[in-house]
Write a protein that binds this ligand. Structure first.
Ligand SMILES: [Zn+2]
Ligand SMILES: [Zn+2]
Length: 273
């Protein structure tokens, strides 16, 4: 069986097709999917999916690209994270790709929001779903600092466990992958891995140990080859697994099983709720 560790089933283009998508998932042996929250306004819709379907789960978080909507307080995240089928905090992180005429210094609000999510992750002991684009240095530095993962941070204070989680839709360099693995994080690959121009990323996927690898669709975006350009859905996640099997020279079934076990290990609450 396959597990899609990151999808956006609450987005209208997928939500409107839900019965069709659930059927396609069953056909493709995609037995589980994690529905990722990107705004507080969207949270109840994401939660409803997890509540209504035993093989779907939810996260709570506000995406770094979300602007002009409700800014999450620590309490906003904690109260929602206490709901039974919420298994992770995110997606969160940093995105300096679309600065829109601003400088990196102007993005302090994004860094502050990211810190709030890391605190929520530690206090709840839930994994972080991290989005990073054109911002890997700051993403890692703040994670080390706020996550209790560096020598300079105060690990012995009363703010809970050290951070754990996943770098989702990974498109960064080998060095960033190594740094994320060193922090104990998992790395999740999307359909980008199947794109013709993604040779460097395939090298990264070869390097990342199978027991730290997750797969995802990030649907409705980034449909894998041979469906590139179409609307993506969790039913297409086996194409990502197939690519990893090819890269590593192992059986598809081994990738399916390992990535599903990794998902259970990281998002442990899926087994309890
Ligand atoms: Zn993302
Ligand atoms: Zn996403």
């Amino acid at each position: 069986m396959f597990t899609d560790s990151h999808c956006h089933l609450s987005f209208p283009e997928l939500r409107e097709q839900l019965p069709v998508i659930l059927e396609a998932m069953a056909q493709a042996q995609v037995e589980r999917a994690l529905c990722i929250c990107t705004t507080l306004e969207e949270f109840e819709d994401v939660y409803r999916l997890a509540h209504d379907h035993p093989h779907l789960w939810a996260t709570v978080g506000v995406h770094p690209d979300t602007e002009g909507l409700q800014e999450p307080s620590l309490d906003d995240l904690l109260t929602r994270a206490a709901r039974p089928r919420v298994v992770g905090i995110g997606e969160t992180g940093l995105d300096y790709y679309r600065l829109g005429g601003r400088s990196v210094a102007d993005m302090a609000w994004q860094r502050e929001r990211y810190r709030t999510h890391i605190r929520a992750g530690r206090l709840t002991d839930l994994p972080l779903v991290i989005h990073t684009r054109s911002a890997s240095d700051d993403t890692l530095a703040i994670l080390r600092e706020e996550g209790g993962l560096s020598a300079s941070s105060s690990q012995t204070t009363s703010d809970g466990a050290v951070s754990r989680g996943v770098f989702h839709c990974f498109t960064e360099t080998m060095a960033v992958a190594r740094a994320a693995l060193d922090l104990g994080f998992y790395i999740s690959f999307s359909g980008i891995l199947t794109f013709r121009n993604a040779a460097d990323l395939r090298e990264v996927a070869q390097f990342v140990p199978l027991d730290r690898t997750l797969i995802e669709t990030d649907s409705p975006y980034l449909a894998p080859v041979p469906h590139r350009g179409k609307t993506n859905s969790p039913a297409l996640v086996p194409w990502v697994a197939r690519q990893i099997a090819e890269i590593k020279g192992i059986e598809l079934d081994a990738v399916a099983q390992a990535t599903s076990r990794n998902f259970e290990r990281l998002f442990g609450r899926v087994l309890a709720s």
